[in-house]
Design a protein around this ligand. Structure first.
Ligand SMILES: O=P(O)(O)OP(=O)(O)OP(=O)(O)OC[C@H]1O[C@@H](n2cnc3c(O)ncnc32)[C@H](O)[C@@H]1O
Ligand SMILES: [Mg+2]
Length: 191
């Protein structure tokens, strides 16, 4: 859970996401953490992100922010995309590489979609961030999801090998949060 000056709350069950969001927003937004179990939905990344936020706002009966993360293979027209969580849990880093065995194109992109709702009954606003890269055999600490198999463009290190401070200035999450921050700041200024 993340509380900003407008008492909005970041809802996630993923402690690594929360740590990154806290590190990226540090100093600009007051954070507070709380875990709520949200359903894994199907659809386009944008529709999933919006619906996830609607459900969280209903559960909390108040304003909130949620985020959904995709890992999209270009050779597979964007899949596994929003279903990456199940692929990661079922087949692991090696399987995520093997899926591309029959393809020359190993490029992929990480996509983060934040959604912000003013509360139940309010349509969520969407903010996305994308980082292009490619899928490589796992290197670096295996702690956070598929970090070890994603090498962002312009780097010869995987997300997992990169210093956290570096990942947090080029990541899909950082890019989406930049937009969300600007939106919240403008909203606050107009009050
Ligand atoms: O409660 P929520 O916020 O939904 O947390 P989650 O862990 O279920 O997250 P998602 O539904 O967005 O699924 C995304 C999957 O990708 C993983 N993931 C998310 N961000 C990542 C990142 O920056 N690097 C590596 N793996 C990441 C995450 O661990 C999940 O397995
Ligand atoms: Mg989830």
């Amino acid at each position: 859970m993340l509380t900003c000056s407008r008492h909005s709350v970041f809802v996630t069950g993923n402690k690594y996401k929360l740590m990154e969001v806290q590190a990226i927003l540090k100093g600009t937004v007051d954070l507070e953490s709380h875990k709520v179990d949200l359903p894994e939905l199907q659809g386009t990344p944008e529709d999933i992100a919006a619906e996830k936020c609607r459900i969280a706002a209903e559960k909390l009966q108040g304003p909130c922010i949620t985020e959904d993360t995709c890992l999209c293979y270009n050779a597979m027209n964007g899949l596994p995309g929003p279903y990456i969580k199940w692929f990661m849990e079922s087949i692991g880093h090696e399987g995520l590489n093997r899926m591309l065995d029959g393809f020359q194109d190993k490029t992929a992109y990480a996509l983060c979609t934040f959604a912000y709702s003013k509360g139940p009954g309010h349509d969520p606003v969407i903010f996305d961030g994308k980082t292009p890269g490619r899928i490589v055999p796992a290197r670096g600490p295996p702690d956070f999801g598929w970090d070890a198999v994603f090498e962002p463009d312009g780097f010869d290190q995987t997300y997992a090998e990169l210093d956290k401070d570096v990942k947090n200035t080029i990541s899909h999450r950082f890019r989406a949060l930049e937009k969300l921050q600007a939106y919240l700041a403008a909203e606050k200024a107009s009050e």
